[in-house]
Design a protein around this ligand. Sequence first.
Ligand SMILES: Cc1cc2nc3c(=O)[nH]c(=O)nc-3n(C[C@H](O)[C@H](O)[C@H](O)COP(=O)(O)OP(=O)(O)OC[C@H]3O[C@@H](n4cnc5c(N)ncnc54)[C@H](O)[C@@H]3O)c2cc1C
Ligand SMILES: NC(=O)c1ccc[n+]([C@@H]2O[C@H](COP(=O)([O-])OP(=O)(O)OC[C@H]3O[C@@H](n4cnc5c(N)ncnc54)[C@H](OP(=O)(O)O)[C@@H]3O)[C@@H](O)[C@H]2O)c1
Length: 431
Amino acid sequence: MMQEKKKASIAVIGAGPSGLIASRILSNLPGFEHEVFERCSSVGGQWVYTDRTGIGEDGYPVHSAAYANLLSNGTRRLMEFPDFKFPDGTPTFPSRAQIHKYLESYADHYHLRDRIHLKHIVTSVKRIDGGDAHRPRWLLTIKNTTTGAERTGEFDAVFVCTGHYSTPYIPTIASIENFRGVVLHSHDYRHPEPYAGKSVTILGGGPSAFDLALDLGRHASNVIVSVGQADRLKLQEQYAAGKLPPNIIVVKWPEVIGENAIRFADRDSADDVDAIIYCTGYRHSYPFLDESCGITIKGGKRVRPLFKHMINTKYQTMMFINAMVNVFDFTLAYAQVPFAVKILDGSLQLPSEEAMNADTEDEYERRLAAGKTLYHAHRWDDATTFSSEHYYTDLIAYAGLDHMLVGESQVKILEARVVDNIYTYRDEVNI
Ligand SMILES: Cc1cc2nc3c(=O)[nH]c(=O)nc-3n(C[C@H](O)[C@H](O)[C@H](O)COP(=O)(O)OP(=O)(O)OC[C@H]3O[C@@H](n4cnc5c(N)ncnc54)[C@H](O)[C@@H]3O)c2cc1C
Ligand SMILES: NC(=O)c1ccc[n+]([C@@H]2O[C@H](COP(=O)([O-])OP(=O)(O)OC[C@H]3O[C@@H](n4cnc5c(N)ncnc54)[C@H](OP(=O)(O)O)[C@@H]3O)[C@@H](O)[C@H]2O)c1
């Protein structure tokens, strides 16, 4: 009698969009079996809203940064999964609740729930020695956050799908310790109403900065957006052209901060500031990875050693799905997971560890040469070489996929509208 080939067991950590996609793709593959561990009580990751900030009900830091009035900043067509459409009537820029519902429906439609352990946090991942040095097995410790019970499990491979917008990045800002008002990070922002009639200064010039400015602007007396050097969204230009609401002011980075006053680098200053909100982004953080995983994170911003921003080059049975920044994460996972599967089932041979590391270093050096910093190590940017188009083309060629997943021309149209008028683009774009 023919012996049945043993299935490869995969642990998927996280049931946000990436973990759900991994589960959906793995479910269709006879050579694999998998379990998904999700610490929250619901699938959907960042799209699972909670009023709580700080420590969550399960005793661990709250995962989601979603705020009450959050709308997507990508259109539903650019975000939706290739095999699951948003329901008819969904607006071009869906709300957080509509996206959460969409993700819940996806889990139901593809019968993923049987494999998902909700309220189960992975507290440790350790390498198991023996066998192929480059393709180790993994020992996971998983805690049931309802009962406190812990169990361990051995797996042939690990997909890290835990997101990277949960651990705030807070740059050093001279003299901020003088400030006597409220200070928080955008991760802990939920509602604008408590800021009614107040003066709020926002630090940062990314999507959180401007979305919070708009949300707050409907209640606060004024919102000052203090942007750094890069000003990717061209907020200073849009402000100078009079395109923003009158109570939103855009200035340069702070130079001196007093008890309630701030002087900015362009010599503008603000008195009577009630609150400062850091919208300065996030750190990559994987506290559950034991040293034996061989992963280091420089400055919270550069995860190494990763090939194509996803494969642990030393231990190639560990994959990071969606570790990139500034992407359409939903569709990226649809390219990364098949790539990962091909490596695991042996249908794709990776280059040597040395060649992969050299490729990664070469890309990083090119980023530095183009004026980027450590901060932008995993970021898709507008620079031609680091665009999503470049990455997709490369990945799709590697994975042998026969389709592009994101409409690049539509992404470009959307980006152009955002930098032209961030205040009105959601009313004008319909792609
Ligand atoms: C405020 C905000 C707005 C955004 N808006 C958009 C947008 O409009 N469009 C867009 O495309 N993207 C947007 N994003 C990016 C967003 O992160 C992605 O849409 C998407 O949620 C990424 O999916 P993910 O599964 O990779 O990560 P996440 O959604 O972060 O999911 C990770 C999951 O892993 C779980 N987890 C973490 N650690 C553990 C552990 N140790 N054990 C078990 N489970 C664990 C978490 O609970 C979570 O459910 C936004 C992000 C933020 C912060
Ligand atoms: N749906 C929505 O509307 C929405 C809302 C919020 C967030 N998001 C998503 O959430 C993710 C995170 O966005 P984010 O805005 O929180 O983070 P982000 O994109 O990393 O932006 C952080 C901002 O802080 C600036 N910054 C950080 N450190 C600085 C320093 N030392 N000096 C000067 N400037 C500094 C950055 O400048 P540089 O530009 O120079 O790097 C950037 O402008 C993104 O994927 C975003 O799309 C979406």
